[in-house]
Design a binder for this molecule. Sequence first.
Ligand SMILES: *Cc1c(COP(=O)(O)O)cnc(C)c1O
Length: 390
Amino acid sequence: MEEAQRIQSLPPYLFARVDEKIANAKAKGVDVISLGIGDPDLPTPDHIIDELVKAVRNPENHRYPSYVGMLEFRQAVAEWYKRRSNIVLDPKKEVMTLIGSKEGIAHIALCYLNQGDIALVPDPGYPVYGIGTLLAGGVPYTMPLRAENGFLPDLEAIPEEIAQKAKLMFLNYPNNPTGAVADKTFYLKAIAFAKKYDIIICHDGPYSEIAFKGFKPLSFLEIPGAMEVGIEFHSMSKTYNMTGWRIGWAAGNARVIEALGRIKSNIDSGVFQAIQEAAIVGLLGNQEIIAELCKIYQERQDIVIEGLTALGWSVERPKATIYVWAKVPKGYTSTSFCELVLEKTGVVVTPGNGYGEYGEGYFRISLTISTERLREALARIKDSLGNFEF
Ligand SMILES: *Cc1c(COP(=O)(O)O)cnc(C)c1O
């Protein structure tokens, strides 16, 4: 039963050691507070659930859906972009429904990478960019995201021969795990780079609506030239608290969307139509819920930033996302610090090296927990962990 090289080549699961420590702490009866989970804790809004309940009763929805997604859902996505960013998408050719954006991110590599082809992958980053590349037989080339560059990749640092061989570039702003955002200047540079080297940009934007203090993240697709070189992955997961529902989309360049559809039509059979109908209501219905959601995350972010800053910890306030990315103190690695925090306080934070080697020296806090538990976590940190040097 020897496994294929493609799965033998998968990197080790870096959170395994922390997971084990969490399990041990729980077994000992510690009241563990997890600030580690990148999964919204709040429920899906009622009007979306109500629509699902209705749609699930319709026998027409019990049959195989179309692999590209109901036209009505793709039209809703197009309308959503029109309303949000004033861009016009052809729902038939420029939008594809996904079983969550993770599915599309993993499959896009199969569409474009031959054995040994390069995909440019941000580090630290969402692991699927690199893993999808490996599973397709491609080679991930790391684009380091460094604090001094605002956690944007330095495109000029990519060697010429690598750029020549690269076929895909993954970008993700607002960024998980760093909370960084990208401006128009950066996107224009990336688009010019993609045109020069014939690279497809895969922009992953699930946090575009989770932003603070009036900041409005750009959609990649609204940047001039973006539609010529790439697509954007997006999702209902974070914006509408729907991670468990598994529905997202890819939108952008028609040729890329068509290629993704060709792979998908041979692998999956689309998203349950009742879920698509509920998602349509999400996209076209009351959007006030997003402002309310952002207010909740904002309050949580305040608790974390103000609490840690008061202790003299090294944190910056992200403009978007549900994360805070912070430096570990001098004398610690990501892993040793996260273990220390867990041992002394029962609070789980995620070691930055789990997102890649350039995440070493950082840890991630997720704001997906009630203000009460968050305050409790910070109180424990204040009481049980001394002052550190950064
Ligand atoms: C949560 C997340 C996703 C996955 O979203 P789904 O649509 O639920 O698959 C994709 N990319 C990043 C960076 C994420 O944090």
